[in-house]
Design a protein around this ligand. Sequence first.
Ligand code: 5GP
Ligand code: ZN
Length: 136
Amino acid sequence: MSENCIFCKIANGEIPSATLYEDEDFRVILDLGPASKGHALILPKEHAANIFELPDDLAAKAIVLAKKIATTLKEGLHADGVNIVQNNGEVAGQTVFHFHMHIIPRYKGDTVNMGWKPGELTEEAKEEILGLFKNA
Ligand code: 5GP
Ligand code: ZN
């Protein structure tokens, strides 16, 4: 647990939260500033600032848990779709530096804004990026 980390305190029950699910590794809570009805956050109990610090076993468990939470929310709230979002770094929109996954139910006609303007894949960029994975 990291001192002065709000999500460490919430995940470990030091600060009360609207908890949807809890096991030995995770707590799932309702977001205090929901993008839509049912917006939930998956928090590991162990502190990791972002996905790069998250141990592989927790990363694997997190996506399975995300599927379970998304399924219950979608069915229970009659959502039309779900976004699963995970931000790393300030430039990527991360504001709380304890790894978390957003589960955001989506409803036809909702006003959730999560888009980007499609760019263009240049040959140069493509070759550079393919090169990164050649010996990976
Ligand atoms: P980020 O921008 O880091 O991906 O997401 C942080 C999220 O945490 C935001 O959606 C914000 O509303 C939520 N949040 C921030 N502080 C608290 C809190 O104290 N309790 C809860 N439940 N959610 C919080
Ligand atoms: Zn933390």
